[in-house]
Design a protein around this ligand. Structure first.
Ligand SMILES: *Cc1c(COP(=O)(O)O)cnc(C)c1O
Length: 358
């Protein structure tokens, strides 16, 4: 049975977007392809409030997390860890032999600019990683404020942002916030199938990459830029997904960016109110995510069983992430093309299954 996905990726994909993938194939060195990339790029720049290049990588987001840290660290990276995905930055650095220090907070907490200022002042850092939306704990870090602090006090530090579960669901002003690399995946707030990563890259990041000798091959920003200038990619891109992205960007811009951010906030508020009534929110109130809510399983129900029952009714939510949070928490994603009515519907199904008074 088809299940509507309320999980933090892949998210629900609308029929018309699935269909947009079935357009006839074109050669990736043809004019038709270059026209497609040239058409979709300004739409992505609008979404990100930027005039900088926006690269399209055929990969999941993790690939570009690795690619970006490989080609921007000359000295040392500072890696704030507040959950499983922010920890991934650290694991990637280690796996690549890149010098990095982690700074940890308890899961459910986030990072303030003051905490990161203190940490950055302690070492010779030239890269800061930030996970905008920590999907495991449902924490959203105050990215704009953190970036303002870094630009004010550490102007040469390159800011790498994992916005995989935020981009296209929460506002990211790439130029005004003066960020350097922001990574996202197609299967989260973009509400496309997986396989594509949308990544704006700053002048500062490109300059840094020029100084890094072994920056890798597939994700090399400088090689990407060379091809980007003629609306191409170095290797064969996921053309079907880019065709769907082009359609989706039209729909996103037609909805209106401010309306899109507001819809995500409204869905979040509906889920939070329900969670406060029947359970408890897992994260600190100061860092609640706009795109996914992590709820403490205070009633001690089996989340696996609950999800089985939801499945029979055509919906799916997410268990807690990893051994630390599984069954102790559960997550309801409210991202992408889901509506407030969709969210109310899945909550009413849970009320019904568990006999919760609405
Ligand atoms: C989903 C997710 C990832 C992993 O993305 P992939 O596309 O599966 O590589 C990384 N970071 C965050 C915050 C995520 O939510």
């Amino acid at each position: 049975m088809y299940k509507k996905l309320f999980i933090p990726g892949p998210t629900h994909v609308r029929e018309s977007i699935l269909e947009a993938q079935t357009a006839p194939m074109v050669g990736h060195r043809s004019t038709e392809y270059a026209d497609l990339q040239a058409e979709v790029t300004p739409k992505l720049q609008k979404l990100l409030y930027t005039e900088q290049p926006v690269f399209l990588y055929t990969s999941s987001g993790t690939g570009v997390l690795e690619g970006s840290i490989r080609q921007t660290v000359l000295k040392r990276a500072l890696v704030p860890v507040c959950g499983a995905f922010s920890e991934r930055w650290f694991n990637i650095a280690e796996a690549n032999g890149i010098p990095a220090d982690r700074i940890d907070v308890a899961w459910g907490e986030g990072f303030t600019p003051e905490m990161l200022d203190e940490a950055l002042s302690q070492g010779e850092y030239d890269v800061l990683t930030i996970t905008y939306n920590e999907t495991s704990t449902g924490v959203m870090n105050p990215l704009a404020d953190i970036a303002a602090m870094v630009r004010d006090k550490y102007p040469d530090v390159v800011i790498l942002v994992d916005a995989v579960s935020a981009m296209a669901g929460a506002k990211i002003e790439f130029d005004a916030w003066d960020l350097d690399v922001v990574v996202s995946s197609s299967q989260k707030c973009f509400a496309l199938p997986p396989g594509l990563t949308i990544t704006p890259v700053s002048e500062r990041a490109l300059k840094r990459a020029e100084q890094v000798p072994n920056r890798g091959y597939y994700y090399d920003f400088l090689n990407m830029l060379k091809y980007y200038k003629r609306s191409n990619t170095p290797a064969t891109p996921a053309i079907s997904l880019i065709q769907a992205l082009n359609q989706q960007m039209d729909d996103i811009l037609e909805e209106g960016l401010e309306n899109r951010w507001a819809r995500h906030m409204e869905m979040a508020e509906v889920v939070r109110a329900w969670a406060r009534q029947h359970w408890a929110l897992f994260p600190n109130d100061a860092f609640l995510s706009n795109t996914v809510t992590t709820i403490e399983n205070t009633r001690g129900v089996s989340i696996a069983d609950l999800n089985k029952e939801l499945g029979k009714r055509g919906a799916m939510i997410s268990n807690g992430y990893g051994s630390k949070l599984k069954e102790k928490t559960f997550r309801i994603a409210h991202m992408g093309d889901l509506t407030v009515d969709d969210v109310k519907w899945v909550l009413s199904l849970i009320d019904d299954i568990l006999g919760l008074a609405p």
